[in-house]
Ligand binder design. Structure first.
Ligand code: DHE
Length: 522
């Protein structure tokens, strides 16, 4: 159809042209970026690395669906400073902002030594704090409960099972908080790289520092002197003085070449320079403390190596062990002689002797074992370990003397967390994924059979258990914004109490963690 040039349709075409031009210019990346700078940068940083709000980068947002992100921009996030932008932004602008934050920035992201130091704050130095608790409770039977729903932590009295206090945390804590050896201080790590040291006696933040842009986890040395952070982004481990979290050293997770920190000495067990050139640097899968070895053990995700790190005269010494595969997730035997790592292909586990650095066994563990959640116990005079799997509904029980799979126990679906206690005859495993996520299995540790399957709150995911210090009671999370922790009698399996909480995830008992109890994560 050809339009005759009348006044009306000329005006319409001009308006249409203007609108299209406007739309085109608004859709340009520059326009979206200025929208971001106008509305988001003051809290999330002009570089998207986060300020008071979390970092808005694809890696940091990998746990949030785009739909949820749109919803947060539109309606805000309850109990945080994030308000809703429904009135200020159009639907199209919200969609473009979501596109923008899920797109990798063009420039390489850096988190330099200077940036780490600049982020450091010490609001309450330890020597200004009273060395006695301001409340009465068994300090060794306290629990911390991480509430993901609104980024808070609740401190629970484990005798009375009553909350003592509840305080806000950094956005998206991940991994277990780590206690100082005496249980007075706790160190939290967030996915955005923040480490917070908190005094459980005075209920105050001691110090904070940001170790990286995307962090996996942290470990505290057995003597309580050092904190080591493992990062995905940048490819580093970062060592801190545990007293006030001041920076000691950035350890590049990279090839041992002249670019390494001069302070780091490299003790290569298997080879000096056999790392293929392509593997210049790597994400760090995780780091844990190995108390009997007086060291930290880490695994790299993109270079097939495990590292043992010791702090000698204030400097990190790294011993590199070549592994047969890239390790994702790992676990130790009780005396830290062996590391049991899950291969990145999700098909097997590798047992590495930490003295020789050699892989001594390969375990058939199809279905992506979640070894970080492994536990051990005595079964018929020998030690066994058990792990759930991310991809299959099974718990593998492994004889730790000959490294053979003793039993594969079928469950109602893939699980995430497994827990027990030396004094309990049961091990608990959740069914985190799939239609049965509201169920949890209780396994008899001597028959290796499921004793009972509980469904504490039909329709809501139940996951992650932690026992009290005596192994007599335990806490289970109802993993929901309108959730709870349920207190069970560990022997009768009767429910004793429900404490309402906002999406409680992990729970951490001071005694179990500081004593490296066999039934819990370390
Ligand atoms: Fe975790 C611990 C890795 C997704 C909740 N998780 C850990 C640890 C590792 C790890 C290496 C041990 C660190 C420690 O405790 O020091 N987690 C991973 C992943 O690779 C994975 C599958 C994907 C990812 O994006 O990181 C992953 N984790 C999740 C979740 O989706 C969970 C359920 C919700 C969340 O908070 O993100 C989750 N992970 C947890 C919890 C722990 C944990 C609660 C501590 C368990 C414990 O009891 O010690």
């Amino acid at each position: 159809m050809i339009l005759k040039p009348t006044f009306a349709n000329t005006a319409f075409l001009v308006l249409l042209g203007m609108a299209t031009a406007l739309q085109a210019s608004n859709s340009e990346p520059g326009a979206t970026e200025s929208l971001y700078q106008q509305h988001c940068a003051s809290c999330h940083g002009s570089d998207r690395l986060g300020v008071t709000g979390p970092a808005l980068l694809p890696e940091n947002l990998s746990r949030l669906s785009r739909e949820d992100a749109e919803n947060v921009i539109r309606n805000g996030r309850a109990a945080t400073q994030m308000s809703g932008y429904e009135k200020a932004l159009s639907d199209d602008e919200i969609t473009r902002l979501v596109d923008f934050i899920y797109t990798k920035p063009e420039d390489d992201l850096e988190w330099s030594q200077e940036a780490i130091t600049a982020s450091h704050r010490v609001p309450n130095p330890v020597d200004t704090l009273d060395p006695f608790p301001i409340y009465v409770a068994d300090l060794m039977n306290l629990f911390l409960v991480v509430e993901k729903g609104d980024h808070h932590v609740t401190l629970l009295d484990g005798d009375r099972m009553e909350p003592i206090t509840r305080f806000p945390t950094r956005f998206a804590l991940h991994g277990g908080p780590k206690y100082s050896p005496d249980g007075r201080f706790v160190y939290f790590g967030s996915r955005d790289g923040w480490i917070t040291k908190y005094d459980l006696y005075n209920l105050k933040v001691v110090a904070e520092i940001r170790a990286g842009i995307n962090m996996r986890n942290i470990a505290v040395s057995a003597d309580g002197e050092h904190v080591l952070a493992a990062n995905y982004l940048p490819h580093t481990m970062v060592l801190f003085d545990a007293e006030d979290l001041s920076l000691m050293e950035v350890i590049p997770a990279a090839r041992p070449d002249e670019n390494q920190s001069a302070k780091t000495s490299w003790h290569s067990l298997e080879y000096q320079d056999a790392v293929p050139k392509a593997m210049e640097s790597s994400r760090v899968s995780a780091v844990y403390t190995a108390p009997p070895r007086d060291s930290f053990i880490a695994a790299l995700k993109d270079i097939p190596e495990a590292w043992e790190i010791r702090v000698v005269d204030g400097e990190a010494e790294v011993r590199r062990m070549k592994t047969e595969t890239h390790l994702d997730d790992f676990f130790f035997d009780q005396d830290y002689q062996h590391l049991i790592g899950a291969a990145r292909n999700g098909e097997n586990g590798h047992v590495i002797d930490l003295d020789t650095g050699k892989t001594i066994a390969t375990l058939p563990l199809p279905g992506m074992p979640h070894l970080g959640s492994g536990i051990t116990w005595e079964y018929e005079g020998r030690r066994v370990m058990a792990t759930p799997h991310f991809r299959t509904g099974a718990v593998s029980i492994i004889d730790m003397e000959n490294w053979e799979v003793l039993k594969t126990l079928e469950t109602d679906g893939p699980g995430f967390f497994m827990r027990s206690h030396e004094n309990s005859r049961y091990a608990w495993v959740d069914v985190f994924f799939g239609p049965n996520s509201d169920k949890v299995h209780v396994i008899d540790k001597q028959t290796l059979e499921i004793e009972k399957t509980l469904q504490p709150e039909p329709g809501k995911t139940s996951a992650h258990v932690e026992f009290d210090r005596y192994g007599e009671k335990l806490l289970l999370s109802i993993w929901d914004d309108d959730g709870a922790v349920i207190v069970y009698d560990a022997d009768t399996l009767e429910e004793l109490k429900r404490i309402p909480m906002k999406k409680p995830s992990g729970k951490y008992n001071v005694w179990n963690k500081t004593q490296y109890e066999e039934g819990t994560s370390h």
